[in-house]
Design a protein around this ligand. Structure first.
Ligand SMILES: *Cc1c(COP(=O)(O)O)cnc(C)c1O
Length: 429
């Protein structure tokens, strides 16, 4: 499927006149249409809720848009909880699906009334310590089946090698202990494969969790009220990939629900999801300008963004499609490495990529950076974080996060004698 940018060169020229590149740009229209489709796909389950994985795109303006579709938030740190609190999400609009959790973070999660999802059986003791033995009425446990997670088209992921969740035995034990501590309602959670581009992942996962829920209920008598399918629903980063059809996915989960849960008397269970990538990925782009060309043993185009703005290609060789704006229909008859300015040779957005001929000043649209893009940023080489901009449905643009400045970067040195000697005005701030 041809990957089409949600902005034109003319639009970007206008935006860049006010907000210099690089920046992450988000498409409000796309976010809304998709959020609506997700809600509709699971409307058969009256208790359904999507908890947007805050780590994917921790921006309150975007979180606020999702709230209009009844989304809650999946958090795994204090700062993510603070952000959810700031947009007014509380109670059963917060899932706290953390791991290796510092005791203190359970306190804030509980204070906000969020649903705590225990990654490990030992965390029962942590919660006990932090909350002085007063457990929330509802708690969730994360399951790891071990082995490999395979579907009809092969092995999807390797839960046996993953640090998350409890073994089956531990899960039964955890439910029993939690019951003895006064927990009344239970949830079950698992995240077994990442960025799946197939409509079968959620239904397959749901089938396994539903069967496990029936077993758990029979063995412990626990009142299971929610099943959380977590994240993992992917997007087509590559043009040759077929996008997921969220309606087919919702329908697949419904079939398993009616086949397994309803006959077991569990027809009242709420289905939760914690999608990040699927909710936001395609609706964000990193916009960057070509500023250097270099001809040595290969052809390089240097841009004004770097891996600090988008780490996925450098970190796991992830493919991000690139469109040279204004040259959407030009032949891709040049082969380039597209690089950033870090003193790290893996700072490349693309390697041996066939693109139209790039002139200096051309704008490159790096696709699908709306999730795990900006948020994975870092400050290596003293590079500063870019702005985040929101393209509204009426075509206007709002700066929803300003670019970082040298003042921000050095702020944690403010207690040292050097701070006063930093000539911020020389860096334009
Ligand atoms: C990262 C994460 C998600 C979101 O994953 P996506 O692949 O972005 O959908 C959901 N839940 C948990 C617990 C996560 O760690």
């Amino acid at each position: 499927m041809k990957k089409i940018p949600f902005v034109t060169r003319e639009q970007v020229e206008q935006i860049a006149a006010k907000y210099p590149t690089p920046f992450h740009l988000y498409d409000e229209k796309g976010i809304r249409e998709n959020a609506r489709a997700v809600k509709e796909a699971f409307a058969w389950n009256p208790g359904f809720r999507e908890f947007f994985a805050v780590k994917a795109t921790p921006n309150p303006y975007l979180m606020d848009i999702l709230q209009e579709y009844d989304c809650g938030f999946d958090c795994s740190s204090d700062t993510e909880l603070l952000l959810s609190d700031a947009v007014g999400a509380h109670g059963d609009h917060i899932m706290f699906s953390s791991n290796d959790t510092p005791d203190e973070e359970f306190r804030l999660a509980a204070e906000l009334g969020g649903i705590i999802n225990l990654d490990d059986i030992t965390m029962i003791d942590s919660v006990d310590r932090v909350l002085g033995g007063k457990f929330p009425e509802t708690m969730c446990c994360r399951y790891n089946p071990g082995g490999v997670f395979a579907m009809s088209n092969g092995i999807m992921d390797n839960p046996g090698d993953s640090k998350y969740g409890m073994t089956k035995e531990q899960l039964f034990e955890a439910y029993r202990i939690l019951q003895s501590k006064g927990v009344r309602h239970f949830g079950l959670h698992a995240f077994l494969a990442s960025n799946t581009v197939t409509n079968e992942y959620y239904p397959k996962l749901a089938g396994e969790l539903f069967e496990l829920a029936v077993e758990l209920k029979q063995a412990t008598g626990a009142d299971i009220t929610l099943i959380n399918l977590s994240g993992g629903v992917g997007i087509p980063y590559r043009p040759d990939q077929e996008p997921n059809d969220i309606r087919a996915i919702g329908e697949g989960v419904r079939r398993k629900f009616e086949e397994i849960l309803v006959p077991a008397g569990l027809g009242g269970v709420r289905i939760f999801t914690e999608m990040g990538r699927f909710m936001m990925g395609p609706y964000g782009a990193l916009i960057t300008k070509a500023i250097h060309e270099k001809h040595i043993y290969k052809e390089y185009i240097g841009v004004d963004a770097c891996a600090c703005n988008l780490m996925r290609p450098a970190m796991y060789g992830a493919y991000h499609h690139i469109t040279v704006l204004g040259k959407e229909n030009a032949p891709c008859d040049h082969k380039y490495d597209i690089t950033g300015s870090l003193c790290e040779n893996n700072d490349k957005f693309a390697i041996d990529r066939c693109l139209p001929k790039i002139e200096m000043g051309d704008y490159l649209y790096i696709h699908d950076t709306g999730a795990h893009g900006f948020s994975m940023g870092y400050n290596y080489n003293g590079k500063l974080w870019s702005a985040e901009l929101l393209l509204h449905e009426d075509g206007t643009v709002q700066e929803i996060r300003r670019p970082e400045t040298a003042r921000d970067y050095f702020a944690t040195l403010d207690q040292t004698p050097y701070y006063g000697k930093i000539k911020f005005d020389k860096a334009g701030c």
